[in-house]
Unconditional design. Structure first.
Length: 368
C-alpha cells in the first residue's frame, strides 16, 4: 500500500520540482493546490479545493473536472464550482459528439473565445443560458494516458495568456496525481471488501476478480494455482472470459516461458500477445479479443509462489508501475485469502473427523 501511495507522491513531487523553477506570484497558488491534495483522501473534497484555487487565481466564472468512463465514451462529472445544477444536469457529455473534448484528450490545451457559437462544443444554448462565454480546457493525464479534463469558464470572451495556460496545465497534472492517489486507496478498499464478501472461496475469488477488472478498467482477469507437482497451472477463478477461451487447453509450466518467469516472483507485461513467442494460445486470445496481458505471482506470507493472476486488456496497454503495484497488492491479498481458506477447509475436515471419531467412541462406550 505504501508503495502505491509513494508512486503517486513521486508524480506530485516531480511536478512541484518543475514548478520551483518558476518565479512570480503563482508559487503560492501551487502550494495551495499541493496542500489541498495532501489534506484529504476524499477525492471530492480535494478536487473542490483545487477548483476553488483555480477560479480565484484566474478570476473565472466557474470550473469543472470530468473523467472518462470505463468505456472511454463519456466524460462524467466529478467536481464543479460556480456552475448551476441546471447547467450541470443538461445531459451526457459524449466524446463522439464533442470535437473540443477530443482535442483536449489528445493532449491539447483548447481555448474557445465563445462557446455559444463554437461548432465543436456540446450544449451551446445551455451555455448561453448559463451566461458562459470564454473557455479554456486542458487534459488530465497519468503517465501520458488521458483520464479526463479540467475546464475553466468565463462570462466574457476572454483570451488566456501563455502563463495562465501553463498554470492550468500544471494544476491539471497535480489534480491527476490526486485522482490517482484517491482511486488507489478506494480501489484497494473495494478489493478488501470483495475478499471479505463470502466464506466460499469460489464466490470470494469471483468477487475479487470482478472488482479488479472494474478498478483497472480492463477486459478480464483470472487466477490459476500450481498443481501438487508444480507442473500445471489449474484455473480456479475467472471473470470476463468466455467458456470457449477458458476451455482452450491446459496450461503447462514447461510450455509457458512467461508463467515460468512469473513463478519466480516477477511480474510480466505482454504488450501484444499476438507477437509474444512465449505466450500460449495466441490464436485463441485473438478470437477472445485480448491484446495485452499483465501477469503477477500469487505469493503466500512466507514468500512461496502458489500461482498466477492475470489481467487482460482488449486494447494495447503497457501497464505502468502503478498498475503493476496495484495488481501485485491484489494478488498478495488474494494469496493470503486462499491460504486462509485452505487452512479453514483443512481445520473443518479435521473437525469433522474428530466428531466422527468421538461418535464412534461414545457408541463403543455405550455398547460396553
Amino acid at each position: 500500500m505504501a508503495s502505491l501511495v509513494g508512486g503517486a507522491w513521486d508524480g506530485e513531487r516531480g511536478v512541484m520540482m518543475a514548478m520551483e523553477e518558476k518565479t512570480g506570484p503563482s508559487m503560492e497558488v501551487f502550494y495551495r493546490v499541493a496542500h489541498a491534495i495532501n489534506a484529504s483522501l476524499n477525492l471530492e473534497e480535494t478536487l473542490q479545493a483545487i477548483l476553488q484555487v483555480v477560479t480565484e487565481h484566474l478570476g473565472a466564472r466557474g470550473a469543472l473536472i470530468r473523467l472518462l468512463d470505463a468505456d472511454a465514451q463519456e466524460l462524467r462529472l466529478v467536481a464543479s464550482i460556480g456552475l448551476s445544477a441546471r447547467y450541470l444536469g443538461k445531459g451526457s457529455v459524449l466524446l463522439s459528439e464533442s470535437e473540443v473534448d477530443q482535442r483536449v484528450l489528445a493532449g491539447e490545451a483548447v481555448w474557445v473565445a465563445d462557446v455559444t457559437c463554437e461548432p465543436g462544443f456540446q450544449y451551446p444554448e445551455e451555455a448561453r443560458q448559463e451566461g458562459l462565454c470564454g473557455m479554456l480546457a486542458v487534459p488530465l493525464q497519468v503517465r501520458g494516458r488521458p483520464i479526463g479534463l479540467l475546464r475553466v469558464y468565463c462570462g466574457e470572451a476572454r483570451a488566456f495568456t501563455e502563463e495562465e495556460k501553463l498554470f492550468l496545465q500544471a494544476v491539471a497534472d497535480l489534480g491527476a496525481v490526486a485522482i490517482e492517489k484517491a482511486q488507489l486507496h478506494q480501489g484497494l478498499f473495494r478489493i478488501a471488501e470483495a475478499l471479505n464478501s463470502s466464506l466460499d472461496l469460489k464466490t470470494m475469488l469471483a468477487n475479487v476478480l470482478q472488482a479488479t477488472v472494474n478498478e483497472m478498467r480492463i477486459k478480464a482477469a483470472s487466477i490459476r494455482l500450481l498443481g501438487p507437482r508444480g507442473k500445471r497451472l489449474h484455473l480456479i477463478a475467472a471473470y470476463g472470459l468466455s467458456p470457449a477461451y477458458l476451455s482452450k487447453g491446459e496450461v503447462r509450466v514447461e510450455a509457458s516461458p512467461i508463467d515460468q518467469k512469473v513463478l519466480t516472483g516477477e511480474p510480466v507485461v505482454l504488450f501484444d500477445v499476438a507477437t509474444e513467442p512465449g505466450f500460449q494460445y495466441p490464436e485463441e486470445a485473438a478470437r477472445e479479443g485480448i491484446r495485452s496481458v499483465l501477469a503477477v505471482p500469487l505469493r503466500r506470507r512466507d514468500g512461496k509462489v502458489i500461482g498466477v493472476m492475470r489481467a487482460y486488456s482488449a486494447q494495447p496497454r503497457r501497464f505502468g508501475p502503478v498498475a503493476k503495484e496495484f495488481l501485485l497488492s491484489v494478488a498478495d491479498l488474494t494469496a493470503v485469502a486462499i491460504e486462509n481458506a485452505q487452512l479453514h477447509a483443512a481445520l473443518q475436515a479435521r473437525y469433522e473427523d474428530l466428531k466422527s471419531d468421538l461418535t464412534e467412541w461414545y457408541r463403543f462406550l455405550a455398547i460396553g
